[in-house]
Design a protein around this ligand. Sequence first.
Ligand SMILES: Nc1ncnc2c1ncn2[C@@H]1O[C@H](COP(=O)(O)OP(=O)(O)OP(=O)(O)O)[C@@H](O)[C@H]1O
Length: 338
Amino acid sequence: MSINVRGVGKRFGDFVALSDIDLEIPSGQLTALLGPSGGGKSTLLRIIAGLELSDVGTVEIEGNDATRLPAQKRNVGFVFQHYAAFRHMSVADNVGFGLKIRKRPKREIAAKVDELLSLVHLSQFADRLPSQLSGGQRQRMALARALAIEPSVLLLDEPFGALDAKVRKELRAWLRRLHDEVHVTTVFVTHDQEEALEVADQIVVINNGRIEQVGTPDELYDAPASEFVMSFLGPVTLLDGSLVRPHDIEVVTVPFPGAHAGHILRASRVGFEVRLEIGLAGDASSTPVLVTLTRAEATAKQLEEGQSVWIKAVAGASQIATAADRPATTAVPSPVPS
Ligand SMILES: Nc1ncnc2c1ncn2[C@@H]1O[C@H](COP(=O)(O)OP(=O)(O)OP(=O)(O)O)[C@@H](O)[C@H]1O
């Protein structure tokens, strides 16, 4: 294990930001800390980095007790959402800064900076100032700078959070490729479930200062341990007292065994998807069941608003029985990331 967090707790005054955190972060993997705003992700990352001290518990990095070690002695690289570059220094000097203050020979620094700029595809911008880079390029420069000291652990706090959706997507794919090349143990904070599902080897879901679940993207998606995890990782709807994913519900236009009768209240097209809201027969007061299918499926079945349909969760769908005091059929929206 590269990072071992045991029994970590942190309060800010009366507020419990983290409690009872036990976590093992494997070497060489890309681990996402995922959860809603205020859940404690950044606090945990900062405790691993040594930028914050825990009240209780221990942090081990590469087998060494780092609990009381100052940040600069932990051999970690750190990148924040808003990267503070040295504005008067060139991109190359920014990347080499960590090596310069460690008094490494000039030739070694120059070679390392060249190698890193090529790794993050910024070689042609070596002599520019950070203000002459785009937001995405600046974050890549920040990553190169963090990697320059050859950290044993790379910690990223919403590294692409301030960028627009398209650039975020590109950088996400790029981060995955970069990680596959350098294999440095990386922990990154995100509140975006798609980002975590797409990029991470392991996801740690954090909510209200506690770990809800740890697993691979598939494990979390297919076997969520709680209603919270299931609804945080993607849209859900209630059917038969269980949370189900809207794409795991089958819709047909003739009755079939075990299916609920209803009718299509609303059909909306969103990109390649068609989203249906289905009102169940004899249950006019309840919230509609949400169902998503591809446009091709909806067209083939000639599904239209007002039509009678029968619905049932497909075999093998992940489902979580909900608390009995909930109404039988409720559409539960996915939490909106902050
Ligand atoms: N220095 C501090 N003083 C007081 N409260 C703090 C401090 N740092 C964090 N908190 C509180 O601790 C809680 C957890 O904060 P943290 O930044 O770890 O959450 P997060 O999951 O990273 O959320 P976000 O995605 O919004 O950054 C929040 O309620 C925050 O207000």
